[in-house]
Structure formats: structure tokens, C-alpha cells
Design a protein around this ligand. Structure first.
Ligand SMILES: Cc1ncc(COP(=O)(O)O)c(C=O)c1O
Length: 328
């Protein structure tokens, strides 16, 4: 790492970079590689762990002994934060958007198993997050709380994928490839934002593109630009970010965040069966499916190699079990 913000060692790094040759052959475009960030650790697998290494280091340096964060009921980020808290022996309180479900499934089951305290916030309470956070802090008068924004996507969390670019650089050198594109899902912007800065700082020749799984292109352009402004303020004189390209391919959200149509489930099954790689319908499966559509329509026409970042999400499959339509 060229720059040295405080960091904890939580993730198992480096993660493997693997070719998906059976899928590439069917797709008929460039050779598809997959960066296995789903393997950053067994339980807290995924992109969130890379960001939390920096975010939680900052929390601890400020004396925090309670992590408060928020997300959807099946949030991978919340589950990863609950895991980090348990690993470090500190408390965790999650604010999950919505009503309490009848069954604690997928990530939510893990949140409870890891000992996180959970508040359910209907949409209006979630919209008024500052008030909800204030109320939660009052419940822990003897603790110092640190609030981690949704997805750990802020100036500090950006370091996770800035640093991943130094790993990718070594991967590419080892494999003797010069991928034209690095592709990911975007949900709160931190992975894409980190990749954009990281590509620049580590001088990779690839472009990065993300498929949004919620909101729209305009939302992510603003969110990521705002995070860049905060990043430059907090870590001055490293890089001028205002002209960096933010490439979002909009149009694949489908029926909404956390919901997917049949072809996405078919792609997830195909990748599992041909490559032994498990994607998920909320993030990685949706983005991978979108990438295959874009290959089919010729977007990556002249490229030789493209890299898909597998950002995790395994547990998000379980609440969607019926949509896979397996006959038992
Ligand atoms: C499995 C998975 N992949 C991708 C993303 C998107 O990453 P980001 O929030 O950094 O945009 C998330 C979280 O939002 C996630 O949980």
C-alpha cells in the first residue's frame, strides 16, 4: 500500500483471481475472470470486510466500543459488521429497515447468532436515521458508539477497494494479462468509488464499470462524487478526484432492490453448475447477469480480458429459495 491509513487485519488476503472459461465460452466475448472477494473470510465473506478493515480501525482509534450501523433486513454489510464486532469483542447494534420478519433467515439469522442487538425501523424511522441513532446511543450510556454509514461507503471505507487495486495489479502481472474492464455491482457506491481511485493510484490500465442494483445512475454519480470530496478533505494531497470517470450501467435493477426476475436466477444456477461459484440475486448475480447481457450486445467487443469482482452475498440466496424453482 502506497498510503497508510490505520487498518485492522480482518480479511484473508489476497483473494484468488480465477478464469471462468466455461462461462466465457458460452458468453462468446472476452475471457471472464473472477476476483474471489467472496472468500475474504468464511462468514463475513465479501467486499464489506475490505472496507471494514479501515472503518473499524478508525472507530477503535476514536475509542469506540460499540458499532452502530444500518441496512436492509438481509444486509451483508450489517452481518459483516456484527461478525467484526464479535471477533473484536465489542458490541454491535444494527438498524434494519422494515418490520420484523416472521422468520430470521439468511443474514438475519447470522446477525442474531453473532449477538448483534437489532432495531427494526419502518421506512419513516429509517428516513429519520439521525434520530434513531441518537435513541440507540442513549441506550448505551457507558459505551462510545461509532456509526458506520450504510455499506461502510464513506471516505474511510473507500480505502478497502483502493487497496484491492494493488492486489489486482499483482494478480494481473502474475497472470500476464491487461484486463480492459473491472466490473462490479454497486449498492452503496464504496466498492466502485474505491476501485476508481485505486485504478488511478496504482496505475492500472483497466476501466471500471458497475451495474447499479438499486437507485439509478444519477444517484450513484452524486453519491460517489460526494464521497470523493470527503476523501480528499480527509486525506489531502494524494489525488485530485473531480475528473475521474464514474461509469455506471443503469437499467438492470429489474423489479427493485433485493428482487430479481427469472433470468437472473437462471444465470446464478448456470454459474454455480458450470464454475462452482455461488452468486446471489441481490448483488452479484444481478450484476453478472447484466454483464453477460452487455457481452451479448457487443459492449466489450474488442476486449481480451474482463474481471468481475465477486463481492460476496452468499447468504442472500436463502430467503429467495422458492424463486430458484428446484423440484425436490
Ligand atoms: C454482496 C454485495 N455485493 C456488492 C455490494 C455493493 O457494494 P457497495 O455497497 O460498495 O456499492 C454489496 C453491498 O452493498 C454487497 O453486499
Amino acid at each position: 500500500m502506497i498510503f497508510n491509513p490505520p487498518r485492522l487485519e480482518l480479511a484473508r488476503l489476497p483473494t484468488p483471481l480465477q478464469p471462468l472459461d466455461r462461462i466465457s465460452e458460452i458468453a462468446g466475448g472476452p475471457r471472464i475472470w473472477i476476483k474471489r472477494d467472496d472468500l475474504t473470510d468464511t462468514i463475513a465473506s465479501g467486499n464489506k470486510l475490505r472496507k471494514l478493515e479501515f472503518t473499524v480501525a478508525r472507530a477503535l482509534s476514536e475509542g469506540a466500543d460499540l458499532l452502530v450501523t444500518c441496512g436492509g433486513i438481509q444486509s451483508n454489510h450489517c452481518r459483516a459488521t456484527a461478525w467484526v464486532a464479535s471477533k473484536l469483542g465489542i458490541r454491535c447494534h444494527l438498524i434494519l429497515r422494515g418490520e420484523p420478519p416472521a422468520v430470521a433467515d439468511g443474514n438475519l439469522l447470522l446477525d442474531y447468532m453473532l449477538g448483534a442487538k437489532i432495531s427494526y425501523a419502518p421506512n419513516n424511522a429509517f428516513a429519520n436515521l439521525d434520530k434513531t441513532i441518537g435513541e440507540i446511543k442513549q441506550r448505551y450510556p457507558d459505551k462510545l458508539a461509532y456509526f458506520i454509514p450504510i455499506g461502510a461507503s464513506d471516505s474511510t471505507g473507500l480505502w478497502g477497494y483502493i487497496d484491492c487495486c494493488s492486489e489486482l495489479k499483482k494478480d494481473f502481472a502474475r497472470e500476464k494479462i491487461h484486463p480492459e474492464y473491472i466490473i462490479s455491482a454497486t449498492g452503496s457506491g464504496g466498492t466502485l468509488g474505491g476501485l476508481i481511485i485505486g485504478i488511478e493510484l496504482h496505475r492500472l490500465s483497466a476501466k471500471t464499470i458497475a451495474f447499479n442494483v438499486c437507485d439509478d445512475e444519477a444517484y450513484f454519480l452524486k453519491k460517489i462524487s460526494d464521497d470523493f470530496v470527503d476523501w480528499e478533505k480527509r486525506y489531502p494531497d494524494i489525488l485530485e478526484t473531480s475528473k475521474l470517470p464514474i461509469n455506471i450501467i443503469d437499467g438492470y435493477v429489474g423489479p427493485g432492490y433485493g428482487r430479481a426476475e427469472k433470468p437472473v436466477f437462471e444465470t446464478i444456477k448456470k454459474v454455480a453448475q458450470l464454475e462452482g461459484v455461488i452468486l446471489d440475486p441481490v448483488y452479484t448475480g444481478k450484476a453478472f447477469h447484466a454483464m453477460l447481457q452487455e457481452i451479448a450486445s457487443g459492449r466489450f467487443g474488442k476486449s481480451n480480458n474482463i474481471v468481475f469482482i465477486h463481492t460476496g452475498g452468499l447468504y442472500g440466496n436463502f430467503p429467495h429459495r422458492d424463486e430458484f424453482q428446484f423440484r425436490i
